[in-house]
Structures are given as structure tokens and as C-alpha cells.
Design a protein around this ligand. Structure first.
Ligand code: ATP
Ligand code: MG
Length: 201
């Protein structure tokens, strides 16, 4: 079995995440993609993160119609911060050695991971699928980081130019602007029902 793991804060989930997961699924012949919302960190870039349960439920409604997408509660249910190495180890233990793990992430995020202290262990547990986003200079990044990623298997995919980010959705919502066509209607409905992102931050 070939299992994709799409980790993120998903605050909130949007079409950029969904298109990336679908593209990884198809291009790498994955059997499923497991969305893995992060647990409750204290802060992310100096702003309060929406409660994990809300972020988890938005991922559930966003992925409900795709039979190849699943959502994991692994990090949401874990108290304290979770490290990717722990998550990958837990998945390895759960699925056994016959399952190949593919960690899907933005191309910019890949180079942060390479710098982690347990990078070597992370590299041994999964192949990385890095999605390039609009404005991302892949060749420049490759050259800049040449030789750094020892032991890392990194594959690049190009996703359709989607300049969508959770940050932009949050500021649109705080300014009462539209988020239609940027995220599934089910996610927008959940956001309005729960009154999320009404305040700037
Ligand atoms: P924020 O604006 O709060 O940083 P985000 O939109 O980047 O949010 P995250 O939850 O941080 O969303 O992203 C989860 C993963 O999805 C990361 O690996 C990120 O690089 C990737 N990603 C986010 N948006 C896109 C997009 N539009 N296209 C491709 N990959 C994306
Ligand atoms: Mg981000």
C-alpha cells in the first residue's frame, strides 16, 4: 500500500490543499491520502490557532466526497506539540513495513524539515512529495539547498497555479469579504455557522 500523508494546520482547509493532495494521489499512484490536522499549538506565528476540533471537522467536511481521502485524529488527540517524526513512526507501526509512506508538503516547507534535528530519522521513514506553489522558483531552491538534504527522497509535483492560502481566507473573513470558490461550500457553511475568523488576527 502507498499512503500519502497531508499534514497541515488547515486553519481553514482550502482548495490549494485539496488540489495538492489529489495531484499527489494521481501522480504517485497512492492508494489513499490521509489528512493530518495538527493538534493545538499554543501559537502559530503570533496568532491564536482555531481549536483543533473545528479545524479537524472542516477537513472532514471538505474531504467527505472523496473516497480516496481520509482524516486522522492522531495529532488532534495528542496532548502537547506533535513532531512529524512521532507521527510517521506511529503510522509506520500502525500500517506495518509493507506500507510506503509519502509525506506531502509545500516545496517551501520541505527545506525547513531538512533542517530539523531528527531530520535523518524523518528521511528514513517517508518519501517527500513537495508541491510547488505560484511564484516558487524550483531550480533556484534546488541549487540553494544542494547537498543539504542527505538521505532525503524528495519528489516535486507542480500543482495548478493556486495562490490560495489560509492566511488570505482568514483576512477575507475578518473583513467580511467573500471566500466563495476558494474552499468547498461545506467548509464555508461550517465557518459561518460557528462564527469563525470574524476577528482579525
Ligand atoms: P497559512 O496561510 O496559515 O500558513 P496555508 O494555506 O499555508 O496556511 P497550511 O495548513 O499551513 O496552509 O498548509 C499545509 C500544507 O499545505 C503545507 O505543506 C503547505 O505548504 C501546503 N499548501 C498550502 N497552501 C497550498 C497551495 N495553495 N498550493 C499548494 N500547497 C499548499
Ligand atoms: Mg502555511
Amino acid at each position: 500500500m502507498r499512503l500519502g500523508i497531508m499534514g497541515g494546520t488547515f486553519d481553514p482547509i482550502h482548495y490549494g490543499h485539496l488540489v495538492t493532495a489529489e495531484e499527489a494521489l494521481v501522480q504517485f499512484n497512492l492508494d489513499r491520502v490521509l489528512f493530518m490536522p495538527t493538534g493545538n499549538p499554543a501559537l502559530k506565528r503570533d496568532r491564536a490557532v482555531t481549536p483543533a476540533e473545528d479545524r479537524y471537522l472542516m477537513v472532514v467536511v471538505a474531504t467527505a466526497s472523496n473516497p480516496d481521502f481520509d482524516v486522522s485524529r492522531l495529532e488532534v488527540d495528542r496532548p502537547g506539540p506533535t513532531y512529524t517524526v512521532d507521527t510517521l513512526q506511529a503510522l509506520r507501526a500502525e500500517y506495518g513495513p509493507s506500507t510506503e509512506l509519502f509525506f506531502i508538503t509545500g516545496a517551501d516547507a520541505v527545506w525547513e524539515i531538512v533542517g530539523w534535528k531528527d531530520a535523518e530519522q524523518v528521511a528514513s521513514l517517508a518519501t517527500f512529495i513537495a508541491a510547488t506553489r505560484p511564484g516558487y522558483d524550483l531550480d533556484a531552491a534546488r541549487t540553494a539547498h544542494e547537498g543539504e538534504a542527505t538521505g532525503f527522497r524528495i519528489e516535486y509535483i507542480e500543482v495548478p497555479a493556486l495562490a490560495i492560502s489560509s492566511t488570505d481566507l482568514r483576512s477575507r473573513l475578518a473583513e467580511r469579504r467573500t471566500i466563495r470558490y476558494l474552499t468547498p461550500e461545506s467548509v464555508a457553511a461550517y465557518i459561518y455557522k460557528r462564527g469563525l475568523y470574524r476577528e482579525a488576527g
